[in-house]
Design a protein. Sequence first.
Length: 261
Amino acid sequence: MGLLDNKSLLITGVLTEGSIAYEVARVAQEQGAELALTGFGRGLNLTRRVAKKLPAPPDVLELDVNNPDHLSEVSGELGRRWGKLDGLLHSVAFAPSSCLGGDFLGAPWSDVSVALQTSAFSLKALAGALLPLMQEHGGSIVGLDFDASRTWPAYDWMGVAKAALEATARYLAVYLGPYQVRVNLVSAGPLATMAAKSIPGFDSIAGPWSTRAPLGWDTRNQTPAARACVALLSDWFPATTGEIVHVDGGFHVVGLAMPEA
């Protein structure tokens, strides 16, 4: 028996084998889930190629989370295919280069709005489009987060977008609760994904993590975050919603570094 036996899941955000979403997909299949992945634009072919490396290569559906027609088409396709949806992984984030790198005051609203829509509002957009497939039997929505309770070097407007994502998840938890749909986030420590490579100064964020996190931290190991996502997508947390689960080696509890014993 797997945690996700007889569960149908939609996984967004798979680009490479180093993607957190890829590891979620792999572990989910290991635990018995049936999957569909999504891709968009130039990344669509990347997703299709990497999907073939999963134990049971799933179909890849085209989805631009900012395109209402795409959202409707994906919902319709999943309805025809499965008649329901048990879980969704939101692993979508993007910010134009002006929104990262230290020029926080110079980023124009035209770019900031793209970051907020793609990285935060998209959680609501996906949830709303897929709710008809979940509302009869309940389900689980899990999003990938990066601790927005503090500032990070060069993260800038993406940090603001993550704060908006966290607030959006809380409100969705309230509004989707009557349908028995749970909404939670997994706040992972810094991981060496393709998205991380686009963040100027990523090394300055990730560098201290392994020494300051009580449990240590490996930026190349996506499995701990993926397992947390899979657990939340399963039925093992039936009364948990609106939560942010930190999978960061305990870094979030540290103020100043503790003296060595």
